[in-house]
Each structure stands twice: as C-alpha cells, then as structure tokens.
Design a protein around this ligand. Structure first.
Ligand SMILES: C[S@@+](CC[C@H](N)C(=O)[O-])C[C@H]1O[C@@H](n2cnc3c(N)ncnc32)[C@H](O)[C@@H]1O
Length: 256
C-alpha cells in the first residue's frame, strides 16, 4: 500500500470513530432532502439520476475495484443509474483497449448492464434506447421479485464472471429481502451488492409517513435479516465511514 492509500485508510478510521459526524450528516441529508428533493437534482450523461453525488463516485470506485463484466440493477426510473453503470463499463473497455494497444470498438465488448423496473415509462425507454450507451444496456419490465423476471435475469447473466448488483426499486423490507435472496447469489466473490436507501431506517417516521416503507420496514431492516442467515457477505463499513454522506449506510455488502 502506498503512502497515499495509507493516509486514506487512516482518514477513514478516524472518520469511523467520530460517531457525531453520522448524526450531523443525517441531519444535513434530511434538511436538503425536505427543502429541495436533493437526490432528484442530478443527471448522468443527460439522463436524470436519483442518487447522491457521493454514491455516484462510490460506484465509480467499486467498478474500478471489481472490474465487473456485468452490473444488475433493479429500479430504472429515468435511466440515470443505468447510464452511469454502462458508462463506467465503457471506460473499462477503453482501459482494456489502451492496455492491449487496440483501437476501441465500442460494440465488441460483452460488458453490459441489466436493468429491471416494474414500469419502464415509454419516454424513458425511448431516451435510454437512443442513448450512446444503449448498446451496453438490456432492460426487463416486471417486478424484480417476479419469478419469471428473476429467471430471465439469471439467464441473461449466464456466462458472466464478475457481477455487481445494485438494488434500488421498491424499498419495503419484504421486497428488498426477496431481491437479496434472488440476486445476491449472482454477485461474484470480492464484488458488491449495493442496497440503496437503507437510510430510510434512520429517518424520522413523519418524513416517510406517505410511503409504504418506514423504520423497521426498510432496505436496512432487510439487510439485517438477510445477514442473519448469510455468511457470504459482510457490510463494508469502511465505505460508510469514507462517504459519511450516503443513502446506503450498511448497504454496501461485499461478497467474501
Ligand atoms: C428510486 S427509483 C430508481 C432510481 C434509479 N436507480 C436511479 O438511480 O436513477 C425506483 C424505481 O423502482 C421501480 N419499482 C418499484 N417497484 C418495483 C418492483 N416491484 N420491481 C421493479 N422495479 C420497481 C419504480 O418504477 C421506480 O422507477
């Protein structure tokens, strides 16, 4: 490990010890979330993405670290996170071409993103299919826990070796737990299953009262339940400590 990496490791350790920072971060997130719907304010390569910038940067780090050939995402919405993942895979293709001294043929790589959404709005589908990254994207419409959709995703994932999964659809406990049971087994060793919106568990009841999820019925409660009987994954709390601001605290699950 070089000097810089050691310094970063130490920074993360210190941040992890400062439990007061987590509360300050939460308060800030609640404030910007209620005042300006913060997570809706960003886009990636022109498509709206419902993510925090910190989590987008973390996705870049994970993709660089894992070098996946397949990313599976539940929850497409406007397509921003699909385009983000596809573009990061395209950069891996570019890196490979440079290292091998080849001219990049964008369509020759088999790296791809699979997206699942219960309702892919036609204007979103049209924009995603017209995007420069479309050749790296395969979409399935249906509930992510519908056995038919799960088997279609499994079939489309066959033959891929380095697989990363992101869960960002319906945020109820039962739904996320069912997604974890369905898709976590596809995650390759050393890669991640990222469970978004675990932050719901930490939010005051009144802020999620109009939703079907709440404290005790959230992605984080699903992660806790999943981890009770699953020894293959660990919560990567270094990522929480490093990010401080994330919608996925306890949601970065690394397959050991
Ligand atoms: C938070 S948005 C996804 C945001 C997207 N990942 C991004 O970063 O831009 C949640 C999406 O989940 C979808 N959804 C809700 N229930 C679902 C289900 N049972 N199966 C699959 N998708 C679902 C919704 O239609 C919505 O588009």
């Amino acid at each position: 490990m070089d000097e810089h990496q050691q310094q970063v490791k130490e920074n993360i350790r210190i941040l992890g010890e400062r439990k007061d920072l987590a509360q300050m971060s939460l308060e800030w997130m609640l404030a910007v979330g209620s005042a300006g719907k913060y997570s809706y304010n960003f886009s990636w390569m022109g498509r709206p993405i419902i993510q925090y910038p910190q989590d987008m940067v973390m996705m870049q780090e994970l993709v660089w670290q894992v070098q996946p050939d397949l990313i599976i995402e539940t929850g497409i919405a406007h397509g921003g996170s699909l385009i983000l993942s596809a573009s990061l895979l395209a950069l891996l293709d570019y890196k490979d071409a440079v290292e091998q001294g080849n001219v990049l043929d964008p369509k020759s790589s088999r790296r791809k993103v699979i997206g699942v959404d219960i309702d892919i709005r036609s204007h979103n589908r049209t924009a995603i299919e017209a995007h420069a990254m479309a050749h790296k994207i395969e979409m399935f419409q249906g509930s992510s826990i519908d056995p038919d959709i799960v088997s279609k995703v499994r079939a489309a994932a066959a033959g891929y070796n380095r697989v990363l999964v992101c869960l960002d659809s319906n945020h109820t406990h039962d739904h996320v737990l069912a997604e974890l049971e369905a898709y976590a087994p596809l995650v390759s060793s050393g890669s991640y299953c990222v469970v978004y919106d675990t932050i719901i568990e930490d939010m005051p009841e009144e802020l999620v009262s109009d939703r079907s999820w709440c404290r005790g019925n959230s992605p984080k409660s699903a992660v806790w339940k999943f981890m009770e009987h699953n020894q293959d994954f660990v919560v990567d709390s270094d990522i929480d400590n490093k990010l401080q601001i994330t919608v996925a605290p306890n949601g970065f699950l690394r397959r050991t």
